[in-house]
Design a protein around this ligand. Structure first.
Ligand SMILES: [Zn+2]
Length: 171
């Protein structure tokens, strides 16, 4: 009877040790990812000091302090190249150029993230407005907001700060 108590523990160890769960992690310096899959185990967690060191002052203000860049001031709202938009802080692929559209807002706008689980969302009730904040699911870097006035097929508009993104050009 006593040994039965160990059974769940043994099962847990066996399940936890199974191989093949690892994914590759890209950085901003090498934004071409070999896979579009990432694992919660690969979450990027850094101290405020580490982020300050890695990011520019404007990137830190937007990504880590939920700031917003001025409309039409960013480098990517008018970018029409073919490629992937990756997180400027950790390199995770967030959006593809095939879902970018002209929103007229002065911020890069997309109707869908590049893959499930790459862009996280939280309710944001600041400034007396109910909005949905979106962030990089891997490093929690603030990206912008998502609204429900976007184009088909999703009807969503991911309104993203240029400074939160890096662009990886693809043929
Ligand atoms: Zn990130």
């Amino acid at each position: 009877m006593k040994y039965l108590l160990f059974l769940p523990l043994v099962l847990l160890l066996v399940i936890g040790c199974r191989p093949g769960a690892k994914t590759s992690v890209a950085t901003v310096n090498s934004p071409v990812l070999s896979t579009n899959v990432w694992n919660m185990k690969d979450k990027v967690i850094k101290t405020e000091g580490e982020w300050r060191q890695q990011l520019t002052a404007e990137q830190f203000r937007v990504l880590r302090q939920h700031g917003t860049e001025r409309a039409f001031s960013g480098a990517l709202w008018d970018n029409h190249e073919h490629g992937a938009y990756v997180c400027a802080a950790c390199g995770l692929e967030l959006f593809g150029s095939d879902t970018k559209f002209e929103s007229g807002t002065g911020w890069p706008s997309f109707w869908k993230p590049i893959a499930d689980g790459h862009v996280g969302a939280t309710e944001d009730n600041g400034f007396f407005m109910k909005r949905t904040e979106v962030h990089c699911a891997r490093c929690d870097g603030h990206l912008g907001h998502v609204f429900d006035d976007g184009p088909k097929p999703t009807g969503l508009r991911y309104c993203i700060n240029s400074v939160s993104l890096a662009f990886a050009k693809r043929p």
